[in-house]
Structures are given as C-alpha cells and as structure tokens.
Write a protein that binds this ligand. Structure first.
Ligand code: 5AD
Ligand code: SF4
Length: 484
C-alpha cells in the first residue's frame, strides 16, 4: 500500500539589516511553513533560497550581491532551485538585480511579502524573473502608494524569533521624515500607524504563544499615530497604555525614536507604566547644527539637548539613552566632527551605533551633495567616536559594581560551552535588564525565559558580569547554588 503526501520543500533564508527585516522573515517563514516548507541552514539542501535584504548602507547590498554570485553555479547545475530576493534592496534596485544575477527567480519588496508563496509556486511552474514591488514615492496618489506598502502581520512563527519569549510587534510602517542620507522612505514607503485594536490583538496572540517581552517597531516609533474613522487619535503614549493591559506581557520595549517626538506625555507614560522599558534609543546622527541641517533631520543640537533634559526631568537615572551617529557626511569638516564628539561626551549615552556615511542612490544627498569626505577620514572619525563612547560606557558601568539588577534570561551566551548544555550543568547565560543592559552569568539553562536577580561583580563597556542571587542577608548578596 502506498501513501502519498505533499512534497516537503526545504527553505534556506538569510536575513540582513534591521529588526523590521527579522520580523518580515518571521512572517514569510510562518506563511511558507503552513504550506509544508521546512527550514534548512544551508543552500545545498534547499530547494528554495531567499535573501531578505537591506539598503541602508552599500556594504549590506554588496554582501547580498556576493552571496547571489556564489549561487550562480548551483543554479546552473540545479535550475529547479528557486532563488528570491526580498526586502529593501529588492524595492530599491528592482530590475538591476535581474541584470546582475539573471538567474534570480523573484524579487519582492517589503510591502509585498504576502505574495512570496504564490510567486515561488509560479517560479516552480516555469515563470522567470517575476517581481512584486510597491509603488515609488511619486508613482501615484498617497493612498494608493500607502496601500501598496501594506504589511501582513498576523502570521507569526515563534521558532523564527530571537527567543521564544521575545517578539517584535510592528506598530508603524514606513517613514515620512526624508532625512537626506536615508533610503528607507523610498523602500518602505509612507509612514502609517497600524490600528491600535489590531496591535492589542496581535500582542494577545503573542502572549498566548508564550511571549513575555514585546519590542514595538517603527522607523520613528514614537511618532506613532492612528486616527480612526470617528476621528479619535491614538498616539504612542495611548498605545503603551493599551498594550500594558495585555496579560502575560511582562516587558514592552520600543525602537527607534525620533528626538522631536519624545514628548513629556510619552516620557511620563514610560515612567508610570512598570512594564515599559526605560531604554530610549534616540539617534542624534550628528552634534553639528550645520550637518543636521544638511541631513534635514528637523532639529538642532539645542533641541536634542532639550529632549535630554526632558528625559532627565521625568525619568532621572532610570532612563538609559543610546544613539546613532553618521560620520563623514557630505561636506563634514573636522570642526563639525569635533562637535559630535562633544555631544557624545555631554550626553554620555549608554552606547552609540556609529556608521560611516554611505551614499545611497535615490536619496536627496546622493542627488545634491557630494560624498566628499575621504574614506580614511571616515574611518578615523568612526574609530575615534567609538573610542570616546566606549570609554564613557565603561566608566558609567562602574556604578553597577556590587549592585543587584533584574534580568530576563535570554539564553546561552555566545561563549557558552555547548558540552555543558548537553550534560545539564551550569553554563554562561545572557540576560537583559529592563533598560537594555546586557548581563552575563553562569546559571542553569532552566533559567532561560525567567526574570531573575543578578549580583554584579565585574563590568566592561558592553557587559555586566554577575551571579544569580535570590535573597539579601544583611549587606551581602547570597548566591544560591540551586539557581546555578
Ligand atoms: N549611511 C550611513 N549610515 C546610515 N544610516 C542611515 N542611512 C545611512 C547612510 N546612508 C544609519 C543612521 C540610522 C541607522 C539605522 O543607520 O544612523 O539611524
Ligand atoms: Fe531614515 Fe530619517 Fe526616517 Fe530614520 S527618520 S528611517 S533616518 S528618513
């Protein structure tokens, strides 16, 4: 007797770029799994190979084009293997991808990911070089452009998440800020808040799947705004109140913020809602008013400092602020760079992500401003700013020595000894505090997913190192062997 079952397809998916992409890949995988796909971690075994791409810097694109180049021979030998390029680079480069890698079967923009399964099916049936892309920013009426960038978020796949109890929740799509260096408004389309009731429902579903921590995602997440048909407006603070009520969710984080929208109302909400993280990632990008003007960031250094004062006045030292900086932007002088160094010293960020300016075709800067800072200067500034920031991070972390912090245990650290896992012994675990500090400690793998207290005995610029504690006896911290 023979039984027939649907063929199992093997999917290899590689994701680069931001958290939005990680979430998009989770959705696509959820959709494909439902149709019988299984994941594989290598392209050799895969019959379907997908790249979820990023366009923010040239380097991210180069990586994908090289990966595609490496598949040229494989596709010649196995023409039945389906190769797809999704995400921001697909939306930005469009047909150029087919020119550079004609054996790619599909390109799908970030607003069209729901089409991936059908496009794969059609490719299997023989269709070549298919594309599903959203409208460009000038290719139609605003509502048409918006609709063409809708995301498909109800599908979730817990196994694709960084950990089973942490999940991303997209609250906003796109961006309307049009900073002159940035490609995102072109690839992800107009800014749109998702309806609050949909977000609460999605948070409930996530909680039902065991999610304890949700990270709300948006390009300028604190500009979140949704106006319903009756004209009622929900802003970021209102949304946090709604999500705070969802049972099972213990922590709520949100990234990335826009300085001008960091209002007192929002900061007071962060202060008053215990589940809400006090980690605020608010990119400054530069410490020079002239550079900020060329970037069209829409604020001055003084505005940024006023925001820091609002944070200090509302949250005091409970808040941790981190930033992004671009060094070597068009026309940037040594003096302008020094002003950025000054801003970092003045704000004492928990950490900063520092990037060398990378010209992006399609942006205002690429069109109007020469990319004239030499690569060696960009590199030198990058290293110098990083060194200044790291020294600050290390100095500021000293205050944790001898303190106890509460962490959500995320899993084994990168350095963890895998033998210890199989033997059930203690291993190096990593957790995070509510204000996003990374804490490593030795402990029992069963602690993963729990919130526990850690006594800190060593610190570096990026990490606090400690040991689990369960109770205080006098001034000393007692570490329990049973917890380890
Ligand atoms: N070049 C370098 N860095 C960039 N970023 C955005 N666009 C560019 C670019 N063209 C940085 C910004 C942003 C982060 C996500 O990437 O600092 O905050
Ligand atoms: Fe890009 Fe500026 Fe929008 Fe951030 S706010 S996504 S940097 S355009």
């Amino acid at each position: 007797m023979s039984t027939t079952s649907a063929p199992v397809h093997k999917l290899y998916i590689e994701t680069v770029g931001c958290q939005m992409n990680v979430l998009d890949s989770e959705m696509v995988v959820a959709d494909l799994r439902r149709r019988g796909y299984e994941l594989t971690d290598n392209t050799r075994d895969a019959d379907t190979i997908l790249f979820n791409t990023c366009s923010v810097r040239q380097h991210a694109e180069d990586k994908i084009y090289s990966a595609l180049g490496r598949l040229r021979l494989a596709k010649q030998k196995h023409p039945e293997k389906i190769i797809g390029v999704m995400g921001c680079m697909a939306q930005k480069d469009q047909g150029l991808i087919f020119q550079r890698a004609p054996y790619v079967d599909l390109i799908v923009g970030p607003g069209q990911l729901h089409q991936v399964p059908d496009l794969i099916e059609r490719a299997r049936a023989g269709a070549r070089q298919q594309s599903a892309l959203s409208l460009g920013r000038k290719d139609g009426r605003v509502d048409e452009i918006r609709r063409s960038h809708e995301s498909f978020d109800p599908l979730r796949d817990p196994s694709m998440r960084p950990t089973p109890f942490q999940a991303y929740l997209r609250i906003q799509i796109g961006c309307d800020k049009f900073c002159t260096y940035c490609i995102v408004p072109m690839t992800r389309g107009p800014e749109q808040g998702r309806p609050p009731e949909v977000l609460v429902e999605e948070a409930r579903i996530l909680a039902g799947q065991g999610t304890k921590e949700i990270t709300l995602l948006g390009q300028t997440v604190n500009s979140y705004r949704f106006k319903d048909s009756a004209g009622t407006v929900t802003d970021m603070a209102d949304l946090l109140h709604l999500l705070h009520e969802v049972e099972g969710i213990e922590r709520i984080k949100f990234v990335t913020n826009y300085p001008k929208d960091m209002t007192f109302k929002l900061l007071e909400t962060v202060r008053d809602l215990p589940k809400v993280s006090t980690y605020l990632h608010v990119p400054a990008q530069s410490g020079s008013n002239e550079v900020l003007k060329r970037m069209k960031r829409g604020y001055t250094v003084e505005d940024y400092l006023a925001m820091m004062e609002r944070i200090e006045a509302t949250l005091g030292d409970k808040a941790t602020v981190s930033s992004d900086f671009i060094v070597g932007f068009c026309g940037e002088t040594e003096e302008e760079f020094r002003q950025t160094v000054e801003l970092v010293k003045r704000c004492r960020f928990k950490n900063s992500f520092i990037f060398k300016y990378s010209e992006r075709p399609g942006t205002k800067a690429a069109e109007l401003l020469p990319d004239d800072v030499p690569e060696e200067v960009k590199k030198r500034w990058n290293n110098e700013l990083l060194a200044v920031q790291n020294a600050i991070s290390e100095e500021d972390n000293q205050r944790f020595l001898g303190q106890t912090v509460e962490v959500l245990v995320e899993g084994p650290s990168k350095k963890a000894d895998s033998d210890a896992v199989s033997e059930g012994g203690p291993l190096q675990l990593v957790g995070r505090t509510l204000d996003d500090r990374i804490v490593v400690f030795d402990g029992n793998p069963r602690l993963v997913g729990n919130t526990i207290r850690i006594g800190i005995y060593e610190v570096s610029a990026f990490t606090l190192i400690g040991t689990p504690v369960t109770q205080h006896v006098g001034p000393d911290l007692i570490s329990l062997d049973s917890a380890r």
